[in-house]
Design a binder for this molecule. Structure first.
Ligand SMILES: [Zn+2]
Ligand SMILES: [Zn+2]
Length: 159
């Protein structure tokens, strides 16, 4: 985990947009600010509400989807496929360009951590995927478990 501050993140985002032959438009910039502000995965509808509250605008969900699609395509943002929610990339230094990100998702409270994953693990998974006649492990890996605070709630209930 390498939490960066907002200014650094925006600078990196600007570079990544330019590398993709595009640019960090005002709407894209605001969307990143919203995602940095909420810190928790949100659906496009929830993000639309937050965007309009935080930025004091009236962006439509359709536009939010377009912005998110672009940010996802350059891996500044990830869409959690199993719950259809968006979260900002936790790495931002291009780590997720190299290999698929791994998300630990709490099945109780939906707390999410994007975890650094070793290259050997990806290679091993790819090997298993290929031996089952699949091309690769896919663009990201999502695992369900219980986060620290839900584990202690769970244990309290048991005792
Ligand atoms: Zn990432
Ligand atoms: Zn939890």
């Amino acid at each position: 985990m390498c939490p960066v501050n907002t200014d650094d993140f925006i600078e990196i985002a600007r570079d990544m947009c330019e590398k993709a032959g595009s640019r960090l438009t005002e709407t894209r910039l605001h969307m990143l600010e919203v995602l940095l502000d909420v810190k928790t995965p949100m659906s496009a509808y929830e993000l639309t509400d937050h965007y309009n509250t935080l930025i004091a605008s009236d962006i439509k969900t359709m536009s939010v989807y377009r912005v998110l699609d672009f940010l996802e395509s350059i891996r500044l943002v990830h869409r959690l496929q199993s719950i259809n929610k968006y979260i900002i990339c936790n790495h931002t230094f291009g780590a997720c360009e190299e290999h698929p990100p791994l998300f630990m998702i709490c099945k109780s409270c939906q707390h999410i951590e994007e975890v650094e994953i070793a290259q050997e693990v990806i290679e091993a998974l790819t090997h298993h995927a290929k031996s089952a006649d699949f091309s690769s492990v896919g663009s990201q890996i999502e695992l369900y478990s219980l986060c620290k605070s839900c584990q202690s709630t769970f244990h309290k209930k048991l005792s």
